[in-house]
Structures are given as structure tokens and as C-alpha cells.
Write a protein that binds this ligand. Structure first.
Ligand SMILES: [Zn+2]
Length: 285
């Protein structure tokens, strides 16, 4: 016996209206429907609530470096599969798929360019490649970006966006934390500036190594920052955590981040800092 027959056509409002893809998008924070072209012009920042959408490495390079000055290095360093790791997929398959999807070879792009006419060594992470995770390739490329800064005596800028170490490479991923941190100590000895930019999200192994070792640490507004997830921390320390404790704003308040900088001000801010570090007087606001 049928008690109830679902009549789809009779439901008020009908089917959910689809937003045509590519033309309009919905703000992940405030829900505002925004014209994609307007969002693009606004550097992928919501005009209503200032939410910073996650952007690609290429957007940051375009935003930060002077036109026609970018030169990429170490594009062809590739991951091995030392643990023969398999979760839902084999690790080499996962890498192959990520490459196809993102046109990247791994989760960071490194090279040199100019900002305001000054030569800089730059590394930009990209979350779309396996969550921006740091395996031995990311570690090696970051290490080489630091070495380039050392060799050429130029400042280093790293834009981080990462879920942390890449579990598929086990302890080899964790070793990258020590490797990059040791090289950054050399940079410091030579008095070469390192500006670390934290974007949404910068967490775990990346946060606990190079991302938090900048001479100046800049964060984008409302980025998720931290080491472990809130539940793990709450269980470990047996205490309740204050609201919003893993945000850029909380980190600024507690001295972990030096400044929060909106994306549209990022280039100007870095430029001022580079001017300051170069010894050409104090930066103008
Ligand atoms: Zn919004």
C-alpha cells in the first residue's frame, strides 16, 4: 500500500535554480552572488564582506612581480614513491592526476623576478596540487629558492598555502621542515630579508617550519592558520579553545603574525618592506 507519493512537480519553488557556471559565483563567506568578472577585477576578494577567495600561484605572481621579470626554476624536480604508498589511490597515480588537473609539477612554483625593480627570489605554493602539501619536492624547491637568495644576495618571499606535510611520503616530508629551517638560518646570518606571506590555509608542517620563520610575517585577512586541528588541540591540552583562535586576526593579536594585509595592498606593502630592508630610509605609509 502506498501512503504517500512524492510529487516533485507539485513542490512549490520547483527545482533548485542553478547558477550558470563561470558567469556568477557565490561568496563562500557571506553568500552574496557576485559577477565573476567583477570578482576577478577585485583580485578575487568579495566586494561585500572582504572574503579572500583562494587564488592560484599564477595570480600571486601576476599580483606581486613586475611584468616580464618572472623566471621559473626547478620545474622538473619530481617525486619518487619511496614508501610505495597507497591509500584510495597509489601515490604515483595521485601525483599524475594532480599534474593533469593543475598543470603544475608539484605544490610550489619557484623562481626569480623583480618587485618594484628589485630582484627577489620567490616561492608560491598552490593548494590545488594535493592540498598544497609539502613532500620532498616542495622541500627541495623551497630549499633551492633560499639558496638562490643566498647566492645572489637578494630577498626571499614565500607565499604559503598548505594543509601541511604530505603523508604519502611519511618522514621524508617531515624532514623538509628541518631542511628548510636550517637554510633560513643561513639567510638570517647573511642579513638577507625573508618575507613570509600566509594565505588561507597555512597549517601543520608548513606553518611549523618556513612559513612562521619570516623576518616579517604577513597574513591575508581571515586566513585559517595553525598547526593541528582544533579538536586535536582541545583533546591534548584538555581545555576549551577561544573562538576564532586559528585566524589571522587571532594570530596578529598574539604576536605570531606581524600584519594583516588585504590582497590589493600586498604588492605595495612588500615593496615598502623591501625598500626598508634595503636601507633606503624608513618606509612611507
Ligand atoms: Zn562575501
Amino acid at each position: 500500500m502506498e501512503w504517500f507519493k512524492k510529487n516533485r512537480e507539485g513542490v512549490a519553488g520547483g527545482e533548485k535554480k542553478e547558477i550558470p557556471k563561470g558567469l556568477w559565483t557565490k561568496c563562500e563567506s557571506c553568500g552574496e552572488i557576485i559577477f565573476v568578472r567583477e570578482l576577478e577585477k577585485n583580485r578575487w576578494v568579495c566586494p561585500k564582506c572582504n572574503y579572500h577567495f583562494r587564488i592560484r600561484f599564477s595570480d600571486y605572481l601576476e599580483l606581486l612581480t613586475d611584468p616580464d621579470t618572472w623566471k621559473e626554476y626547478d620545474r622538473n624536480i619530481t617525486s619518487a614513491d619511496p614508501l610505495r604508498f597507497k591509500d584510495s589511490k597509489r601515490y604515483p597515480d595521485r601525483i599524475r592526476e594532480a599534474r593533469k588537473k593543475t598543470s603544475l609539477t608539484d605544490a610550489v612554483v619557484c623562481g626569480t623576478g623583480k618587485i618594484g625593480g628589485r630582484a627577489v627570489s620567490v616561492a608560491v605554493m598552490d593548494f590545488s596540487f594535493i592540498g598544497g602539501s609539502m613532500g620532498s619536492v616542495v622541500g627541495e624547491k623551497i630549499a633551492r629558492a633560499i639558496e638562490r637568495a643566498l647566492e645572489r644576495k637578494i630577498p626571499l618571499i614565500i607565499v604559503s598555502c598548505s594543509g601541511g606535510a604530505r603523508m604519502q611520503e611519511g618522514i621524508l616530508s617531515l624532514m623538509q621542515m628541518a631542511k628548510t629551517s636550517a637554510l633560513l638560518a643561513q639567510l638570517q646570518k647573511k642579513n638577507l630579508p625573508f618575507i613570509s606571506v600566509l594565505t588561507n590555509p597555512t597549517t601543520a608542517g608548513v606553518m611549523a617550519s618556513y612559513a612562521s620563520l619570516g623576518d616579517v610575517i604577513i597574513a591575508e585577512p581571515k586566513a585559517l592558520l595553525g598547526f593541528a586541528g582544533p579538536r586535536v588541540i582541545a583533546q591534548t591540552i584538555g581545555q576549551e579553545l577561544p573562538p576564532g583562535f586559528q585566524s589571522s586576526e587571532f594570530f596578529l593579536e598574539h604576536g605570531f603574525v606581524d600584519m594583516i594585509c588585504e590582497r590589493k595592498e600586498l604588492r605595495r606593502t612588500i615593496n615598502l618592506l623591501l625598500e626598508y630592508f634595503s636601507g633606503n630610509g624608513s618606509p612611507r605609509a
